[in-house]
Design a protein around this ligand. Structure first.
Ligand SMILES: Nc1ncnc2c1ncn2[C@@H]1O[C@H](COP(=O)(O)OP(=O)(O)OP(=O)(O)O)[C@@H](O)[C@H]1O
Ligand SMILES: [Mg+2]
Length: 362
């Protein structure tokens, strides 16, 4: 149900992450935001290149859609080497990992997405690979069993995870650079949008229109680019290609996204807390039961953003609505949106039975 939310930071369609998309930044200079990380990487890159060494192993953690995969490809490009991509769950056997590692050439990048899901039996093989560029494999069994050591090309491991807390200590300690990616500011998202607009050849898009998209993007480049694609489609079909602030408001109201980037599910959550529980405190299970939703879904996909923007407080007694959220829910707040009040609020009320507002294509 929550899978197809337009404001979800998770990748939903091939267009979201098309590897050859011109929208994906290709070099460090094109990468917007994350200034401190980019500076750390640039310094280390230059230093290792001068010494002819591989890049340090890097662990990137943080919420989805903030550029972890993009950065891994950029680093390989800057090193003039290749990037191989795999993921924790794909490496089910030690043999999968050994096979992948032995194909690497000096200074290649191995990108392991969702590295927290690497099976423990495979993880053990990673330690000597990272530290000494070798893997020890056991051949034969019983009395004849012996360990042979396979030398690997000096490579760079880039691990990505949305759940750094689930990584084992020994694995985490073997990365030379470990960095938490932050949400982007509206100014940074605006920069990403300007570049995308140029590359898509969309002329005459007003700054106000781009700001309106940035403000609804939940600090996430993947969301901002997806919203831009929806606005572009809407503008082409309904507004003769013109993209201004009103067109953005109309296009995104049709998708059920309000000016803070909240969708029907977020608003249904806030409304439940406001109306049924008089602003709280309410327990997560009670909220889930009232909304007819699953507690885990609410905790993982609804609450994080509401907490981040200060619309929700988690206390020992339960969830509480904040004054900022109460103000956001005031009926007058949505006067500027193209969606009629009644439609907006009925979409909130019916969110349980009909989670997809009209016009939200799967
Ligand atoms: N700093 C940035 N500048 C411009 N575009 C960006 C930036 N970061 C990410 N993007 C764009 O956002 C999209 C998502 O980025 P990416 O796939 O790298 O995220 P991710 O962190 O790997 O997400 P996930 O955790 O879901 O794998 C890509 O289409 C990419 O082009
Ligand atoms: Mg990724």
């Amino acid at each position: 149900m929550a899978k197809q939310r337009i404001i979800s930071a998770e990748s939903q369609s091939p267009q979201d992450d098309a590897p050859r998309s011109t929208l994906r930044p290709r070099c460090l200079g094109d990468f917007v935001g994350q200034k401190d990380l980019i500076e750390r990487i640039s310094i280390t890159l230059e230093a290792v290149q001068q010494r002819g060494e591989p890049m340090e192993h890097i662990l990137l953690h943080g919420p989805p859609g903030l550029g972890k995969t993009t950065l891994a490809h950029i680093i390989a490009a800057e090193m003039n080497t290749r990037a191989f991509t795999t993921s924790g769950p794909a490496l089910t056997k030690a043999g999968d990992l050994v096979g992948t590692l032995s194909r690497l050439q000096p200074r290649d990048v191995l990108f392991i997405d969702e590295i927290h899901r690497l099976p423990p039996a495979v993880e053990e093989y990673i330690y000597p690979a990272m530290e000494e560029f070798k893997v020890d494999v056991i051949v034969d069994s019983g009395r004849h069993a012996k360990t042979i050591s396979i030398a690997l090309a000096p490579f760079t491991l880039i691990g990505a995870t949305t759940r750094a807390g689930l990584l084992s200590g020994p694995l985490r300690n073997r990365f030379g650079i470990s960095h938490h990616l932050r949400f982007y500011t509206n100014k940074e998202l605006l920069q990403i949008l300007r570049r995308a607009v140029d590359q898509l050849g969309l002329g005459g898009v007003s700054e106000a229109a781009l700001s309106a998209i940035a403000g609804r993007s939940r600090g996430t480049p993947r969301v901002t680019l997806r919203l831009l694609r929806r606005v572009r489609d809407f503008a082409q079909v309904r507004a003769a290609g013109r993209i201004d602030e009103a067109v953005v408001a109309d296009a995104l109201a049709l998708e059920g996204v309000d000016e803070r980037g909240l969708d029907h599910l977020d608003r249904a959550y806030l409304q439940t807390l406001a109306r049924t529980y008089a602003g709280g405190p309410a327990g997560l299970e009670a909220m889930a039961a009232t909304m007819g939703d699953d507690a885990g879904t609410l905790e993982d996909v609804v609450e994080p953003y509401l907490l981040q923007i200060g619309f929700l407080a988690r206390t020992r007694q339960g969830r509480r609505l904040t004054p900022a959220a109460a103000e956001h829910l005031q009926p007058g707040r949505h006067a500027g949106s193209a969606l009629p009040q009644t439609a907006l609020f009925s979409s909130i009320v019916t969110a349980e039975s009909d989670p997809q507002p009209a016009g939200l294509s799967p």
